[in-house]
Design a protein around this ligand. Structure first.
Ligand code: HAM
Length: 410
């Protein structure tokens, strides 16, 4: 687990703000699920996923309940939907915040990591799939990322998916002991996930595995074709990747992933999502279609560093108040500046003028506001621009106007 310190932390705040701007403009509203829930909520993510079987931070609480820190937020959002039954559909929500997975930490993979995401419940229209994917795409553009690629696939309708899963089971079972032990365990639980294996001995069998597209019924084929046509009409470039299955078991129909251009393959998933039409029902709600995505904040910011966009910015104050008289004067001036909507910090502890000017410099403030004995006595104040220009002595009553002026010209 890591600390995110300034100025990096400021970038995290802007990241979430940019995301909220993009999705709120499309009618999504924020939902804030709890960090900790009944373990049962998360086991619905699927018992063939490492996220559930190996990586969950679960424990028994003081009330003897089996609880877990959330490994993702889709299951929580669906649980919240099943519990509160929002009256108006579709229910369009977004979220942001930390998730926990007991993974092996490395660049772009952490045990506590943040996601921003959206979920839409209650509509099965392929044009919604297009909207959801397009919002992810638009957000990466808003950050300035150029090298993100989009891959899409469809897992078909539940019937298509089951027939495909059986065909995969037969195919992989024929490989017998040649398949790695981990994949044989996965095969027993969910043959689809064997396609996700990155282990070398499994690759020849993955390469010759049956293809999902051969199992689509008319509905799935039509839905997926409409999604592709929609993306094309919006000018969003994508590749159909028939082996994309995604790491969680709840997916049906459309699935997609955004990949970064600057990562090793195991960490290049910047974000992903898809349809999970059975999840609300599995959590005790009515049968409800659902689709969404989550984007990894940690990983996306590494991609921004790699591509040289959306950089951390040092704090920019309007003023730093240098106090060489002590007493209440500096407190009053600082409060006055802040009340006028200007950002201001100040020196403390009666430090020397030189020491305070150094702090003023480091604070990134546009100007230092200096009060000495003389200024207090004659009701004036000194304003010294920190990025070039001469200092001026002005009447104290003109301070706000002077600084607001500097701000507009900055
Ligand atoms: P996911 O693919 O497990 O999907 O996670 C989404 C993104 O979270 C990943 O692409 C990655 O950027 C980031 N991520 C996952 N694990 C870690 C980690 N250990 N360290 C850093 N970043 C990580 C989901 O979580 C689904 N809930 C997405 C979804 C929403 N599907 C439908 N709706």
């Amino acid at each position: 687990m890591r600390d995110i310190l300034p100025p990096e932390s400021g970038r995290w705040r802007r990241f979430t703000a940019v995301f909220a701007d993009v999705v709120e403009a499309a009618g999504y509203q924020q939902v804030i699920p709890p960090l900790l829930e009944d373990l049962g909520v998360f086991t619905r993510i699927g018992d063939a996923t490492d996220v559930v079987t190996k990586e969950m931070y679960d424990f028994v609480d003081k009330g003897d309940r089996r609880v877990a820190l959330r490994p993702e937020q889709t299951a929580s959002v669906c649980r919240a939907f099943a519990q509160h039954r929002p009256p108006v559909l579709p229910w369009k929500v977004f979220y942001s915040g930390p998730n926990f997975r007991y993974e092996k930490p490395q660049r772009g993979r952490y045990r506590q990591f943040d996601q921003v995401g959206i979920e839409v419940l209650g509509v099965d229209d392929p044009m919604l799939d297009v909207e959801v994917i397009a919002l992810g795409w638009e957000f990466y553009r808003a950050l300035g990322l150029q090298q993100v690629t989009l891959i899409v696939n469809s897992l078909g309708e539940p019937g298509d998916r089951s027939r495909y899963v059986e065909a995969l089971r037969t195919h992989f079972e024929a490989a017998g002991e040649q398949l790695t032990e981990q994949s044989r365990v996965t095969l027993a639980k969910n043959p689809l996930r064997v396609l996700d294996s990155k282990r070398d001995p499994d690759q020849p069998f993955i390469a010759t595995a049956p293809q999902i597209a051969d199992f689509y019924g008319d509905d799935a084929a039509e839905h997926f074709a409409a999604v592709q046509a929609g993306l094309q009409s919006l000018g969003i470039p994508f590749t159909v990747e028939p082996k994309l299955v995604r790491g969680l078991d709840y997916y049906r129909s459309t699935i997609f992933e955004f990949q970064g251009g600057t990562f090793e393959s195991a960490q290049n998933g910047l974000g992903g999502g898809g349809r999970y039409d059975g999840l609300v029902e599995a959590l005790g709600g009515p049968a409800t279609p659902g689709i969404g995505f989550a984007l990894g904040v940690d990983r996306t910011l590494i991609a921004c560093d790699d591509e040289g966009c959306f950089a951390a910015e040092p704090l920019q104050l309007d003023a730093f108040v240098v106090d060489v008289v002590g007493g209440l004067e500096a407190a009053a001036i600082t409060a006055e500046l802040r009340a006028a909507g200007l950002s201001a910090d100040r020196g403390y502890d009666n430090r020397s003028m030189k020491a305070q000017m150094k702090l003023a410099n480091r604070s990134g403030a546009a100007c230092a506001v200096i009060i000495g004995e003389q200024e207090v006595a004659d009701g004036s104040i000194i304003v010294k621009p920190m990025r070039g220009g001469d200092q001026v002595t002005i009447p104290r009553s003109g301070l706000i106007a002077q600084l607001s002026e500097t701000r507009t010209h900055d």
